[in-house]
Design a protein around this ligand. Structure first.
Ligand SMILES: [Mg+2]
Length: 124
C-alpha cells in the first residue's frame, strides 16, 4: 500500500503520459468526482442497511463494486487537490479540529443534532 504522495505522483504520470493534463481543469475534475460519487451511490441505492452490511463484510460483487467506486472518488479528489494546490490532509485536519469545537462531546454525545442547533454553541 502506497502513500498519498505516491498516489499523487502516479496520477501525474498517468495524465502526462496520455497528454490529459489539458482535460484536468478544476471544473472537469470536480464534475468527474461528482460522477464517481454518483456511481458509488448507485451501487448502494435500493439496498437495505442490512443488505449493504452483509455485502461489505465478505468478498462479493457488491464489495468489489463499492471498492472500485471509492477508488475512483479518491483518485479524482487527489487529482483535484493536486491541481488546485490543496493539501488535503492539512485541510481535513483543520476541518476535524473545527468540528471538534462545533460538536462538544458533552452536547453531542449520541446526538445527530447539527451544531447550529446545539445550545450555547459559538459556531466557530
Ligand atoms: Mg467509477
Amino acid at each position: 500500500m502506497g502513500t498519498h504522495a505516491e498516489l499523487v505522483i502516479r496520477l501525474r504520470e498517468f495524465a502526462a503520459a496520455r497528454n490529459w493534463d489539458q482535460f484536468h481543469s478544476p471544473k472537469n475534475l470536480t464534475m468527474a468526482l461528482a460522477g464517481e460519487v454518483g456511481e458509488l451511490v448507485a451501487e448502494l441505492q435500493w439496498l437495505s442497511d442490512s443488505e449493504i452490511e452483509a455485502g461489505l463484510q465478505t468478498e462479493s460483487p457488491l464489495r468489489d463494486a463499492v471498492e472500485n467506486e471509492m477508488a475512483d472518488v479518491l483518485i479524482y479528489l487527489a487529482r483535484l487537490a493536486d491541481i488546485a494546490g490543496v493539501d488535503l490532509y492539512r485541510a481535513a485536519e483543520a476541518k476535524v479540529e473545527r468540528n471538534e469545537r462545533r460538536y462538544p462531546v458533552a452536547q453531542s454525545y449520541g446526538s445527530a443534532v447539527k451544531y447550529t442547533r446545539l445550545p450555547a454553541n459559538g459556531n466557530p
